[in-house]
Write a protein that binds this ligand. Structure first.
Ligand code: BTN
Length: 265
């Protein structure tokens, strides 16, 4: 596979000229983490909606201290800065998850599932991940929504890394080299649309439920070094995953402290 299609900032800014998210885009050839760059713009009110892209990251981070692996010029590595938002990180993670699945469906027709809280799966393999970070500065809540999507990586790329889930890329799944710039344009449009809809969290939850691979299934989760088993009953936009435990009680698990250990058939 070659890398015929470099990311094109002008194309993205043209496509987003009348929008909020992605009207201003900065692209780095290489950086530690696009989330860090996005935070550097947080002091400037005009940074709201800024989109930071990189062709390569050397300290890409994932949830719970994990490393996000990417290969130069083959991934989509994007961070969106949202200033002074009356929302929660959990709801923004759901919003990004729904936006990614819709963008990928629109881009290449692939159906994705959302593995709570932040994994996007295709055919049971991880295609994308989300890392939402929050900072409160002078009583205002600011967020960076970091999204990594595997674009043109060949299968060998994933074999060389120790991953918590088997991984895949759009090129592997579609058999085609993908135009990452086109996907970024669609992703930003979908994110803006769902960000708007997320003002009513029920809309996001309803969509999440259609694409969740957990709802109604018997699962085992680990939280604060303890394991719990029960049926997933839904999601609370502020609190987390609602599980009807085998012991009979209903418990809500926050995304920060919880990992899904097993999803039973
Ligand atoms: C995860 O699956 O745990 C989340 C992965 C998030 C990766 C993206 S890539 C762009 C942004 N910059 C980072 O350092 N992380 C996010």
């Amino acid at each position: 596979m070659n890398n015929d299609f470099p990311l094109n900032v002008d194309r993205i800014e043209d496509a987003r000229a009348n929008a909020l998210i992605g009207r201003k885009v900065v692209l780095f050839k290489s950086t530690a983490s696009t989330n860090d760059i996005a935070w550097e713009y947080a002091a400037n009110p005009s940074g709201h909606g800024l989109c930071v892209l990189a062709e390569s990251q050397y300290k890409g981070r994932g949830r719970r201290g994990r490393i996000w692996h990417s290969s130069p010029a083959q991934s989509i590595l994007v961070s969106i800065l949202l200033l002074n938002q009356p929302t929660q990180a959990e709801l923004l993670t759901l919003t990004a998850a729904v936006a990614i699945t819709e963008a990928i469906q629109m881009f290449c027709g692939l159906g994705c599932r959302i593995k709570w809280p932040n994994d996007i799966l295709v055919n049971g393999k991880k295609l994308a991940g989300i890392l939402v970070e929050k900072k409160t500065i002078r009583q205002q809540r600011h967020f960076v929504v970091g999204i990594g999507i595997n674009g043109n990586q060949p299968a060998e790329f994933f074999q060389g890394h120790d991953l918590n889930l088997p991984a895949t890329s759009l090129a592997i799944e579609t058999g085609q080299h993908i135009d990452r710039t086109e996907l970024v344009c669609i992703l930003l449009a979908m994110f803006e649309e769902w960000l708007h809809k997320s003002r009513d969290s029920r809309t996001i939850i309803a969509r999440w439920q259609q694409q969740s691979d957990l709802l109604g299934r018997h699962i085992i989760v680990e939280s604060d070094n303890r394991q719990y088993s029960g049926f997933c009953r839904g999601i609370d936009p502020a609190e987390g995953l609602i599980v009807h435990l085998d012991s009979g009680t209903v418990q809500i698990f926050s995304a920060k402290q919880t990992s899904i250990i097993k999803v039973e058939a």
